[in-house]
Design a binder for this molecule. Structure first.
Ligand code: SF4
Length: 401
């Protein structure tokens, strides 16, 4: 595997300043906390969680579809009864004391999405009250990209991060795509620019560029084909060439290189969630419980993957747990996914290493409700960029991997 060290290529570290150690991480990003506290009490953050109409700037989508009245958000005995089935679905991971805070939003969002002819796409890293109570489609980046392409709805609310909403827009140029928080970014997507890709093409003439979907539309527009963590190896091999440039995740690139004979030229982007896991913490967990199964996402460093019993994408990890039904498992990935899988696998005990994604955790029920009431924030992609980026995404989807 070739590792890029060319000095003329500027390698930038992923931003780490908005990440917190585990104990704080749980506290800051707990959904109940984020529903009721202004996020500007977080170090270095400026945003608010308010649903106040006076703070909402009207978007083009609001002008097109109109703004609705904010629904009543009281928790009444009638509402408790009406949302009982929703709560029962998540009762193993959402304590009863939290439900009165979530239920009014769950009910209002489910009503409003019908009124708006909208669908909600939720990534596996959403918290369970979002993932299991309001989403129409759930899954990893590839599944959501495909669902976005098939949906009949006029409006897509992307409960995930910005590059996912852009991907939905690329595949659905005539639909309105909303993201509940425009600041829901991604350290991997931030690690590479279109100029970086052009510089790489100059440095490696004729070598095709494969980019992970965790990239901006501008970066996708510069590449030949996209991939996800579940299909990366197949996509690389589908090109039938001896060498590819693979962006932006260094660790996923190393994992792909370990699974194929194709030479991989890697970039140095990292996921700030997965890069924080260490082999020591996995070893300690296994020593504490020798029967524990450990499964890890390929965005983790290689020495972490070496400690795992299985390496796979988010969908690969979910399938592994459902198929193998281990008595006890540690999913080495974003922590909310364990909660979401636990709901569907009651016989499995989950050991949760607490790494939450600060970008994913910006998506909360109040912000999703704001999206549907005020039609915000609309995600658009410049048409010239979109046309080229779409080709790369459609090339991936067409491979049916
Ligand atoms: S978990 Fe990592 S890759 Fe996924 S959105 Fe967060 S920072 Fe990006």
């Amino acid at each position: 595997m070739t590792y890029i060290t060319n000095e003329h290529l500027l390698l930038r570290d992923a931003p780490k300043d908005k990440f917190y150690p585990p104990a704080q991480c749980r506290m800051f990003y707990h959904p109940l906390y984020t529903h009721f506290e202004h996020i500007d009490s977080f170090p270095g953050e400026e945003d608010t969680m308010s649903t106040a109409a006076s703070e909402i700037a009207l978007t083009g989508a609001a002008e097109k579809y109109g703004v609705l009245d904010m629904p009543d958000l009281s928790y009444t005995p009638e509402l408790a009864k009406a949302t009982q089935a929703d709560y029962e679905r998540v009762s193993s991971v959402v304590p009863p004391i939290e439900w009165p805070a979530f239920a009014p939003y769950v009910s209002a969002i489910n009503e409003l999405k019908k009124k708006r002819n909208a669908v909600i796409l939720a990534h596996n890293y959403m918290t369970p009250e979002i993932f299991h109570c309001i989403a129409d489609f759930m899954g990893d980046s590839l599944q959501l990209a495909k669902e976005a392409a098939n949906t009949e709805a006029e409006i897509i609310v992307q409960c995930g991060v910005h590059f996912m909403a852009e991907t939905s827009k690329l595949l659905n140029p005539d639909k309105t795509v909303l993201i509940p928080d425009m600041k829901a970014g991604c350290s991997l997507a931030d690690s590479t620019t279109a100029a970086d890709v052009r510089a790489l093409r100059e440095a490696y003439p004729g070598v095709p560029v494969v980019t992970y979907v965790n990239t901006s539309a501008e970066v996708k527009a510069e590449c030949d084909i996209c991939c996800t963590s579940s299909n990366a190896v197949k996509i690389v091999e589908s090109l039938g060439v001896p060498k590819v440039i693979f962006l932006p995740d260094e660790y996923l690139a190393k994992y792909v290189a370990s699974q194929t004979d194709v030479e991989i030229i890697a970039w140095k982007g990292h996921c700030i969630v997965h890069e924080r896991f260490t082999p020591e913490e996995l070893r300690q967990a296994r020593e504490a419980d020798p029967g524990l199964k450990i499964i890890a996402h390929p965005e983790c460093p290689p020495d972490v993957l070496a400690e795992a019993d299985f390496t796979g994408s988010t969908s690969g990890m979910i399938n592994w747990v459902k198929t193998n039904q281990p008595p006890k498992v540690m999913m080495v990935t974003e922590c909310s996914m364990s909660d979401n899988v636990a709901v569907e696998t009651p016989g499995v005990e989950f050991i949760r290493p607490c790494n939450l994604c600060p970008y994913m955790k910006r998506i909360t029920l109040p912000k999703i409700l704001d999206s549907l009431v005020y039609m915000k924030d609309e995600v658009t992609v410049d048409s010239a960029v979109a046309e080229r980026a779409r080709r790369a995404v459609e090339a991936m989807v067409a491979l049916k991997t």
